[in-house]
Design a protein around this ligand. Structure first.
Ligand SMILES: Cc1cc2nc3c(=O)[nH]c(=O)nc-3n(C[C@H](O)[C@H](O)[C@H](O)COP(=O)(O)O)c2cc1C
Length: 333
């Protein structure tokens, strides 16, 4: 059985990439992921601020980092010396230690100065770059259009500096995702990761303070990226990756059926252990065998080949569903 996949021209032994996180922040853990079957690795992000060596003016007052798991603490700890060298070394040792694609990741918000550095990541041996573009839609000064343009400028600037493929990992907070995806591809990105997941706030009603909701995702969250992978696949000239809430083999299969080249998993591995990658692969193979598929390409995007499905990605036909289904509010006779 052939479960290999191609993502941005990179060969993946299987379509399961371990997403950027502390699981991919050191070589030991990366080796463990690969030993258990990871098809590719996105290294933990390097922050634009580390590259600019501007840790004095880091994010203390910058609300955007409050959206992001781990980031506040992580970026606050940075010093001017550490960071870049360690990161370049991480790429080098991971490339030596494992044979799957190593994708470096940069968490960025601006197209200024730092993109010149991206070719150092390439020179260190990274097979590709993932840009985690973290511009939040709560600016008093930037319009939707300007936020979109900022994404494009970043991608342009990085693609000008490297030959390796570049992917954009974007948030769901875009005003027109399809148009944005087209512009991202036109700017040079070969991959689009849908979507990043941010810190989610909660309120403790006893103490009446803002708290952090559970850092890990839940499987129900996967429908967001599933819809957009389905809507974009076949319409955007770049490879799509489903990310967020993919916790089991059925979540992976759905993304592939919708047209994804690969998926990224992260929370599920924190929850069940890195060994769980083996289960995901086994269950993917069992399903393929049961359905008579001998390669991923035989069923990738299959759902989208049926044109009547395109409307269903957009509308859920609520009226029709509630009329015909057994959904009844409690107490309704
Ligand atoms: C503990 C933790 C650390 C993370 N660190 C990063 C990071 O450095 N860079 C990044 O792009 N995403 C980071 N993420 C986000 C994940 O890569 C991923 O996009 C998100 O968790 C959604 O995928 P999941 O539902 O499989 O967890 C982190 C997530 C977690 C839980």
């Amino acid at each position: 059985m052939n479960i290999t996949s191609k993502y941005m021209g990179l060969h993946l032994n299987n379509p399961i990439i371990v997403g950027s996180s502390s699981l991919t922040g050191n070589v030991k853990s990366v080796e463990k992921c690969v030993k258990n079957g990871a098809g590719g690795i996105v290294l933990k992000s390097l922050y634009e601020e580390q590259i600019l060596s501007d840790s004095d003016t880091l994010i203390n007052q910058d609300e955007m980092y409050l959206w992001y798991p781990e980031a506040f603490e992580y970026v606050n700890k940075l010093s001017k010396e550490e960071g870049i060298d360690q990161y370049l070394n991480l790429i080098k040792v991971c490339k030596k230690a494992v044979s799957v694609p190593i994708i470096a990741s940069i968490n960025c918000i601006s197209p200024e100065e730092w993109p010149k550095f991206s070719n150092e990541l390439e020179n260190a041996g990274a097979d590709a770059l993932e840009l985690n573009i973290t511009i939040f839609p709560d600016s008093d000064t930037l319009s939707c259009t300007e936020i979109g343009e900022q994404h494009i400028k970043i991608i342009h600037a990085v693609c000008r500096n490297v030959k390796i493929p570049v992917a954009a990992k974007i948030s769901f907070y875009q005003s027109n995702i399809k148009m944005m995806a087209r512009k991202i591809a036109k700017a040079g990105a070969k991959g689009l990761v849908l979507f990043n997941r941010y810190y989610r706030p909660d309120i403790d009603i006893e103490k009446m303070v803002l708290t952090k909701e559970e850092t890990l995702s839940v499987p129900e969250e996967s429908t967001l990226s599933l819809r957009w992978v389905g809507l974009l696949s076949g319409h955007i000239p770049c490879d799509l990756v489903g990310s967020t809430g993919i916790h089991n083999a059925s979540g992976i299969i759905k993304q592939l059926l919708a047209g994804a080249s690969a998926v990224q998993v992260c929370s599920a591995l924190y929850k069940y252990g890195i060994y769980y990658l083996r289960t995901l692969i086994e269950e993917l193979e069992i399903w393929m065998r049961r359905k008579g598929f001998s390669s991923i390409d035989e069923f990738r995007g299959l759902i989208n080949q049926d044109s009547k499905n395109s409307a269903s990605w957009e509308r859920i036909h609520f009226m029709e569903k509630t009329r015909t289904s057994n959904i009844r509010p409690i107490g309704f006779d």
